[in-house]
Design a protein around this ligand. Structure first.
Ligand code: ZN
Ligand code: ZN
Length: 99
């Protein structure tokens, strides 16, 4: 998803970035607020932006993203957990024998 920053707090110039390419910090709330921290493409200094996202959108995005090696996705909360995990560390979902 492309996200637009209206004006960098350091240089005042706006730019857009791809949300997939920067680390983000999830803040649990309803609606979810996701904080992206990145370097301004104009001045190179760090800026952060808060994006509100509905939980449904968040789940959808998680479902579309790829599962990293050694991980599996919790069917309940869609977070990635260790492949060997029996209990999801995010929502305490219990995996069965076959997942
Ligand atoms: Zn800047
Ligand atoms: Zn879970």
């Amino acid at each position: 998803m492309e996200i637009k920053i209206d004006s960098c707090k350091h240089c005042g110039k706006g730019f857009t970035f791809d949300s997939e390419s920067v680390p983000r910090y999830r803040v649990d709330a309803a609606p979810l607020v996701i904080v992206y921290v990145l370097d301004c493409v104009n001045c190179g200094r760090q800026v952060s932006i808060d994006i509100e996202q509905s939980y449904d959108e968040f789940l959808q995005e998680m479902k579309e993203s790829e599962v990293p090696d050694g991980m599996k996705r919790c069917p309940d909360c869609a977070e990635f957990v260790q492949e060997m995990a029996r209990v999801c560390r995010f929502c305490t979902y219990r995996f069965g024998e076959d997942n």
